[in-house]
Design a protein around this ligand. Sequence first.
Ligand code: CMC
Length: 429
Amino acid sequence: MESKLEQSGTATIEGNDFPVYKGTHGNDVVDIRALTKATGKFTFDPGFTSTASCESQITFIDGNEGTLLYRGYPIEQLAENTDFIESAFLLLDGELPTKEQCAKFRHDITYHTMVHEHFIKFFDGFRRDAHPMAIMCGAVGALSAFYHDSTDINDPEARKIAVHRMIAKMPTIAAMAYKYTVGQPFVYPRNDLSYTENFMHMCFSVPAEDYKVDKVLADALDKIFILHMDHEQNASTSTVRLAGSSGANPFACIAAGIACLWGPAHGGANEAALNMLEEIGSVDRIPEYVAKAKDKDDPFRLMGFGHRVYKNYDPRAKVMQKACHEVLEATGIQDPLLDVARELEKIALEDDYFVQKKLYPNIDFYSGITLRALGFPRSMFTPLFALARTVGWIAQWREMLEDPNQKIGRPRQIYTGAAKRDFIAMDKR
Ligand code: CMC
């Protein structure tokens, strides 16, 4: 990545001037790299609410407007007009592919979807009731033990192969994690199917009968994957970058991202949102749960509501809501939870607490209902998110390595523990 940082002014802190940079969009940033040298002080920003951890040219969110751009293109336009592979090329390379580039990239990904035959044995070590995310953390980390030839992060060709392998093998691993937990045989990838069709085939086909991928459902899932591909410096992406900043290999970095994504405040929220809708169960119980969410003494939160960056409707939630309707219509499923979701959204959007705190539905609010209608158990929701986010993680990992300002990530702290003291022998304590 060629740095495009341009100074647009200065900010004075304790009498010292620091450069201010203006990005293409978004907040200006104050470059405080020299702050400690100049003032002897650190900054304090738990959760990085005011800190830009890097320069990036991949994704931009305008939280107030409710827009999400991949390489400048609005997410709604990409979800409507591209498929997973085309959007993945855009995220990785910065420009939409020509027909030839797209075909070549599709081919490169398709021909890396199989995993080493010995890798399959790795799965036997897991309990049969293991959560697929637990399997994914382990299995993806283990890729570095199988593909040594693409772990040299300083070799651009090895990096490129690692990128292709990561994107191509993720659906295979996610489908294997699923098959393992349901006790069905693993299904090998098929090169005549699209990226998403192939994933559905590996998840849902069994040797006993033919399985034909439903085009409407595959298109809806493809859209869902595009929506989840990247999202600025979120927790899991920052984890991937931090892991990568030490020079760790790409497979280890993505495994770290998967671990971070698992948490209910991040990728686990879609599973949590569906659990919550089920717990609410019927429209008449909504007021009770809205009151719980507003109660300061109750830790309950409306899952699928609120976002660190969006202070407006999450643009992905709108596309997801549409995909949800398409899937329910195509499958003919009448899901009563959709009524609960619609009513909860309506009530929360009119409630003062949610209005004032700018808490809007996020992508996870409708994704659980949609994925369930597609046939996935809820334990697979976060693995599906991980599959799609792999494109963003690996694009950000590569961008970080190519960033001339890249350094090992090493935050500071303010220490408030015990002051320096002498050891006390056990009989004197
Ligand atoms: N229900 C009720 N109150 C909420 C909620 C909610 N879902 N979200 C935030 N609040 C309140 C919170 O109690 C706080 O109130 P106060 O200022 O009185 O203390 C205020 O709103 C600000 O919340 P915060 O926790 O300081 O905000 P944050 O930016 O740290 O948290 C969040 C963002 C997504 C973790 C949070 O909104 C949340 O826990 N939401 C539910 C989980 C969820 O849906 N997560 C998926 C995020 S989208 C997927 C992704 O991109 O990874």
